[in-house]
Design a protein around this ligand. Structure first.
Ligand code: PLP
Length: 472
């Protein structure tokens, strides 16, 4: 008991801690409140340790405790949401926020954010209107669909479509398409969660129209076709053409829902990528409803886009879940400006960052790699850096396995672990996220904007000085 008291009495006060050098600089850098909160939490943790540990806990000296707290504050602040330079070679990196926005989309989003906008008001009549109205016309124009609706992401679009069309009924899906998208979003569970029943048909590799046909009954709510975006079934495979399924669905007056995932509005084979379903083609083939993401191949903000026939879209608009998935004005503003660029495909290729990156000739990437190596020449003794060919991936669950020819600057060194170098690059400002592959640190140039090259060079230099500077 006595020991408890003496230990508690040894705890430094918050004031004492804040007056130490490490916490004074932490407060200067990140604000007094961040430093104070961290100090309170640390002291409280020690107090709890002392109280629960009969032999008494070791109390570090105030200065030492303060530097530990300061290190924690720094670590936490370095994890704050901030811009990073994507040198991973994965262009649609979900961990890095997927598609960067076009300049006009950024401006529109900023304007929407800074003030008021007519997100749900018809300016002609002065009446309340539906939220997606500012983008539905464009989506119809670009895809040929009769109607359109926008929610938070494609997972929400899938959930809403199932709930609105098939609640209490069966959803017929091929065994080969019962996918897990990630983060616990498994199609069979989603179907159950939103009140529908899964009716799997066919086999993993082969499913025929007749399999769907045999499963149709008065219990059927929808036929669902899901594009295999993050996996591939190869070998002896078969799945029916969408046109045939559309005819089958129409004959039975059941909606055919097509989850195309990545949401290409143009043909991606022009970039040397595998063919990806194009939203408008799916509508033309007869799908009643097509679902896709806004921040994958479309190159816009995070959103889930639902397009389709009036009759089947009506229950979507009026479903109570709709409100829980509502997009905000900032997203709508960015989406509208992104879609507008597709009216002139050449302009889309020029201004939508994802499309611009994909259409950058490899010689250009190569000369950027050469430039980085040249600038670092003679400044990073003991580190080898080479400009060489590499592979990039579109990513984001689209054309997942397919590599596209790319270029990088690759660093190897015997002086430090390249994993440590990568960490230094990530936690600094500007933050650069490279790829570590075997014993190499790869700075892939496909996702690095030309305006960011100097920052990449500076980041390599900064990391070098921090890790190897004193010994050279
Ligand atoms: C990516 C993807 C989803 C999920 O989309 P989010 O916008 O990430 O919610 C759903 N279905 C398919 C086929 C996908 O590729």
């Amino acid at each position: 008991m006595a020991q408890h008291h003496s230990s508690l009495r040894d705890l430094p006060s918050i004031t004492t801690l804040l007056d130490t050098q490490p916490l004074r600089s932490a407060a200067a850098e990140y604000g007094l409140q961040a430093a104070t909160t961290a100090a309170r939490v640390a002291v409280e943790n020690l107090r709890q340790q002392i109280l629960s540990n009969e032999r008494g806990a070791e109390i570090p000296a105030a200065e030492e405790l303060a530097s530990r707290i300061a290190a924690e504050v720094t670590l936490r602040e370095s994890n704050a949401l901030k811009p990073v330079i994507n040198a991973t070679g994965i262009l649609l990196h979900t961990g890095l926020g997927r598609a960067p926005l076009a300049e006009n989309a950024v401006q529109a989003a900023a304007e929407a954010a800074a003030g008021y906008c007519n997100v749900e008001l018809d300016l002609q009549s002065g009446q309340r209107t539906t939220r997606s109205q500012t983008v539905t016309g464009l989506l119809q124009e670009l895809t040929g669909a009769e109607a359109a609706h926008v929610v938070n992401n494609n997972a929400a679009a899938t959930a809403l479509a199932l709930a609105a069309l098939a609640s209490g009924r069966e959803v017929i899906v091929s065994h080969g398409e019962l996918i897990e998208i990630g983060g616990g979003f498994r199609l069979p569970d989603v179907i159950e969660t939103f009140g529908a029943r899964l009716r799997p048909v066919g086999t993993t590799n082969k499913t025929r129209v007749s399999d769907y046909e045999r499963a149709i009954s008065d219990q059927t709510g929808a036929l669902l076709v899901v594009h295999p975006s993050n996996y591939a079934i190869t070998g002896f495979t078969q799945s029916p053409p969408l046109e045939e399924l559309a005819r089958l669905a129409a004959r039975h007056q059941i909606p055919l829902v097509h989850d195309i995932g990545s949401g290409a509005l143009i043909d991606f084979q022009q970039f040397g990528c595998r063919s990806e379903p194009v939203a408008g083609e799916s509508i033309a083939a007869g799908a009643d409803m097509v679902l896709f993401s806004g921040d994958k191949l479309l190159g816009g903000p995070q959103a889930g886009i639902i397009i389709g026939r009036h009759t089947w879209m009506e229950p979507i608009h009026t479903h109570p879940l709709n409100r829980t998935m509502r997009v905000d004005k900032i997203t709508l503003a960015a989406l509208r400006e992104t879609l507008k660029l597709y009216r002139t495909p050449a302009q889309a290729l020029e201004e939508i960052p994802l499309l611009r990156m994909l259409s950058t000739p490899i010689e250009k990437l190569r000369s950027r790699g050469d430039q980085i190596v040249q600038q670092l020449h003679g400044q990073i003794d003991g580190w080898e850096i080479a400009s060489r060919a590499d592979e990039a991936f579109v990513g984001g669950g689209s054309t997942a396995q397919q590599a596209i020819p790319s270029w990088c600057a690759a660093i190897t060194t015997a002086e430090v672990n390249v994993g440590q170098v990568a960490q230094q690059m990530r936690i600094g400002t500007p933050s650069v996220v490279p790829r570590v592959q075997q014993d190499e640190l790869i700075l892939n140039l496909h996702g690095v904007f030309s305006s960011q090259l100097q920052s990449v060079v500076d980041t390599v230099l900064r990391s070098y000085r921090l890790l190897c500077g004193s010994s050279n």
